[in-house]
Design a protein around this ligand. Sequence first.
Ligand code: EPZ
Length: 420
Amino acid sequence: MDKLSITGGNPLSGRLRVSGAKNSTLPILAGTLLTDQPVTICNAPHLHDVTTMIELLGSLGVEVVVDEKLNVEVCARSLGELLAPYELVKTMRASFLVLGPLVARFGQAKVSLPGGCAIGSRPVDQHLKGLEAMGADIEVVDGYVLAKAPAGLTGRDVYMDVVTVGGTQNLMMAACLARGTTRLYNCAQEPEVVDLGNFLATLGAKIQGYGSSVIEIQGVESLHGGTHMVMPDRVEAGTYLVAAAATGGCIRVVDADPTTLTAVLEKLQQAGARITTGDDWIELDMRDRQLRAVDIETAPYPGFPTDMQAQFMALNAVAEGAATIRETIFENRFMHVQEINRLGANIEVHGQSMAVVHGVDGLTGAPVMATDLRASSSLVIAALVAHGTTVIDRIYHIDRGYETIEEKLQQVGAQVQRVS
Ligand code: EPZ
C-alpha cells in the first residue's frame, strides 16, 4: 500500500496547474448515457474515481476511448445489461448518478445503493423521491434500486427536502428526456451543477436556471453529441492555496477559476494572505505575514464548501489564536482531527459538528493514516508544515481526488515522495 513521505518546513513557492474537476467529470460522464451520439469530454482529470466511472460505463456496454491527451470519447449507442453493480458503486458512490440517465433513456435500471461512507450515511432518498414523482416505479431489493418507467418519465414539479448536489444532478439528467416540463426546487447551486447544466445544454437539452435554486427543464425526444471542457477543480485549487498559506509561501495556481472559490478566498484573506486573481489564475502570498486562525462554518454553495473544511483545520492548527470549525453538511467529517493531533496540534471536537482549534507554534512529523479524501489532503498540509518527516499511510484516498499530487507539490518546492 503506497504511502507519502513528507519532510516539512519548506514554504511552497512557484506555480502549478489545476486539473479538471473530479466532481464535475463524474456526473458529466454519467450524463453521456443520455445520448446515442458520440461525446468528447476534455480536461478530465487522471484520477482513480474517473477510471472507476469509465469502467462502469464500459460494463454497461458503452464505448469509451481515452486519447493521448486524456480526452474521453464516449458513445452510448447500444448498451447491454442496465446494471450498476455493488462492487463498483461501493467503491465510488458517484456511480449512483447513472440511475437518472438510464431510467430516462431506457426506461429501466438496476443500480446498487451506494451505502454509507466514512464521512456519513449519505442517503439517496431525494434522488428516489424525485424519480418517483416523475413516474418511475422504484423498488429497493437486496441493496439494489430497481427503477422502471416503461412509458418514459413525465415532467413534474419536484421539491427536494435537502440541498443535495447529487440529487440535483441525477434529477436534472433524468428530466432532459422526460415528457413535458420539470421544475426542480431547492436545488444545489454548486459550480459542478452549473458545469453539468452547460454540458447538457451542449447536447441539446432545454434547461435553464442551473446555478440557482430552481432549475427548469423542457424534456426533448433525444439529445445529440458534442464536446465539453470540464471546469477546473476548485477544491484542488483551494487545497494548494491553503498549503501555501500554512507554509508561509507564495504560489500561483493556473487554469483555476477564482469565481468558484469566493468563500474560500475570503477566508484566506481573513487568515492574513494577500490574494490576487486573473481570469484563470489565483495567486496567494503569505511571505512574512502572520497567519491568523479563522472561524469556518460549512454550507451549501455559495457558502463555505464542506470539501475545504479539513484543509482549513490544518491551517488553523498552526495559526495565531483559536477558531471554531462547524461542519453542517456531513455527520462524521472530523476524522482528520485525531491524526493532525498526533503531529502536535491542539484540536478539540465537541459532538459531531463542532471543533475548536487552538493554534500551536509548530507541528512535529509522525506516522499518520488517511481516512477519506479531503482528510488526507489536510494531513498533507499539516505534514508540509511539521518539522521533520511525516509518513501518511493509505494514500489511495488521496489518489481519488488529487492528480499526481507529489509531482505538483515537488514543483512548488515540497520535499515529498511516494514510498511503497
Ligand atoms: C457531492 O456529494 C460531492 N461529491 C462531495 O464531494 C461533496 O462533499 C458534496 O457533494 C457536498 O458538496 C461529488 O460530487 C462526486 P450531497 P453528494 O447529496 O452529492 C444529504 C469530495 O470530497 N442527502 O450534496 O453525495 C447528505 O447525507 C466529495 O469530493 C440526503 O439526506 O452530496 C448530506 O448530508 C465528498 N438525501 C447532504 O445531503 C439525499 O438524497 C449533502 O449531500 C442526498 C443527500
